[in-house]
Ligand binder design. Structure first.
Ligand code: ZN
Ligand code: ZN
Length: 82
């Protein structure tokens, strides 16, 4: 939950809380954890764009995250495992 103090036009303040849980969810095998990234694996004109949570996301670069499927492909290339 993120709470923010907002200043209203009449000078008073209000606390507004947002539930992060309502954001996008990990679409990996019914995981349903809050998604933290989208897969950046290049596919055709765009990217895979699968939404993944912290656990299912593999960062392969500063702005390059992969879903487990595409992380596996990459890991096989370097001989590692997830
Ligand atoms: Zn997940
Ligand atoms: Zn992917």
């Amino acid at each position: 939950m993120i709470c923010e103090r907002l200043r209203l036009p009449d000078g008073s303040t209000a606390i507004v809380c947002r539930d992060r849980g309502r954001g996008p969810r990990c679409q990996w095998g019914g995981c349903k954890s809050p998604a933290v990234a989208e897969c950046d694996y290049p596919m055709g004109a765009g990217t895979c764009s699968a939404r993944v949570c912290r656990r299912h996301c593999l960062a392969v670069g500063p702005a390059d995250d992969r879903c487990p499927d595409h992380a596996r492909e990459l890991l096989e290339l370097v001989g590692g495992s997830l």
